[in-house]
Design a binder for this molecule. Sequence first.
Ligand SMILES: C[C@@](CO)(OP(=O)(O)O)[C@H](O)COP(=O)(O)OP(=O)(O)OC[C@H]1O[C@@H](n2ccc(N)nc2=O)[C@H](O)[C@@H]1O
Ligand SMILES: Nc1ncnc2c1ncn2[C@@H]1O[C@H](COP(=O)(O)OP(=O)(O)O)[C@@H](O)[C@H]1O
Length: 282
Amino acid sequence: MKFPLTLPSPAKLNLFLHINGRLPNGYHELQTVFQFVDYGDTMTFEPRDDGEVILITEFDGVAHDDNLIVRAARLLQQHTGCQQGIQISIDKILPMGGGIGGGSSNAATVLLACNYIWNTKLPLEELAQLGLQLGADVPVFVHGKATFAEGVGEKFTDVDPEQPWYLIVYPSVHVNTGTIFNHPDLPRSTAKLVSTDIKPNELGNDCQQLVAKTYPQVEKALRWLLEYAPSKLTGTGSCVFAPFQTQQQAHQALLDLPEPMTGFVAKGCNTSPLHTALQQQQ
Ligand SMILES: C[C@@](CO)(OP(=O)(O)O)[C@H](O)COP(=O)(O)OP(=O)(O)OC[C@H]1O[C@@H](n2ccc(N)nc2=O)[C@H](O)[C@@H]1O
Ligand SMILES: Nc1ncnc2c1ncn2[C@@H]1O[C@H](COP(=O)(O)OP(=O)(O)O)[C@@H](O)[C@H]1O
């Protein structure tokens, strides 16, 4: 093994998102298709002999010990009794609170990287189960395959949707997932799909209307993107995305993007770039 080990921490999209009900613990039952994109943060890892978990990169507004990166490494240490430590740095390019799962992806990259470096040998399913303690989206990033997810997002049936080029727009506003899920106006009773043989393009995001109403910046981004291609909110937002036939068409639209919105072009991937990179290591 060569150090530092560098691995990607990709973003995800929810190609559609239905809310089917609310559980007694307040969490929501969802149906969604997750797909990865070939764009995200880059993380580097070096083992430490002293058992310490150290994140060198500073985050605005997230204390070191609260960072999902640090929490994920400590959780794996506790779960396995591993005495080794890790030093981590990150080139953070994914916007926080954008519905593209940056924090959850970082946590999953840490779980897989540390499991490999420390040789703790937990199977993916056990790592995914462990990751659920950190956030509802962590298991899908550990799982690493495009999937139809149910429950609170942890029951998976893998699917193979088209892998187009996307333009993903960040409306420069942070949406708090909890605020949207606790809002009285959120629709919560979409009928459950009984088959996974679906066309995600034809299905919507149940959070979209409420998020667009609550955050005018999101509404503006959706209106702008709709001029180019069918557009949708991912997760609880704030990012919106649209598929394009070619990379060039997506780039062309990005050139017209009005400030303060920012955006990026990325390709849909049915295998996470993290898993592809780890396979090349092993
Ligand atoms: C709905 C999704 C779809 O991808 O939205 P995004 O966060 O990606 O936008 C996710 O599953 C979100 O996952 P994640 O962002 O990890 O959420 P968590 O930290 O676990 O939960 C934040 C809060 O959202 C609410 N929550 C979350 C997930 C869920 N299935 N039902 C909920 O009601 C709860 O109030 C919870 O306290
Ligand atoms: N490593 C991390 N990267 C991003 N956010 C983090 C991280 N650790 C903790 N957080 C917290 O998690 C929140 C949600 O982040 P993120 O996963 O990027 O958004 P979303 O779930 O909307 O895609 C952030 O606002 C931040 O407070």
